[in-house]
Ligand binder design. Sequence first.
Ligand code: ADP
Length: 154
Amino acid sequence: MSSKIAVFPGSFDPITIGHESVIRRALPLFDELVIAIGINSTKNYFFPIEKRKEWIAKTFAGEKKVRIETYEGLTIDFCKKIKANYILRGLRTSADFEFERGIAQMNRAMASETETVFILSLPEYSAISSTIIRDIIRNKGNASAFVPRGVDLK
Ligand code: ADP
């Protein structure tokens, strides 16, 4: 049987305890989980790619099933390239659901061999987003409670 490889795509700008939780809960389902940092040249990121990658690596240090990659272009093309048959996404709210449904259905239409798997956020993490964390930091607040242990946002 071929191994089950999942891609968890995102910007991780920065990684949050919400991302971490979804990834940890998904690990038993897959043989390998590739955290894929999407790079879109038209998008301005808050944290440099090296920092975002370093924080993810620190969070999952010693986790044998986790691999970190960066990619440009369509997520399904990246999945094909690394032979991943699953895309993992987290759902916080009905807004996430509506957004994710469109992407997953379009991805499925383009690549029927790739299945999107959703994990519902734990209730205590459903308000946590990288966007709000960036806003806290921009305004000189302390966001350390919302990012994985060991992530030093400075
Ligand atoms: P994007 O740039 O695609 O919005 P993010 O890095 O914000 O990517 O998020 C990647 C994935 O993690 C998405 O599926 C998103 O719904 C999910 N996610 C983000 N925050 C949380 C959270 N607090 N709980 C559960 N899932 C989350």
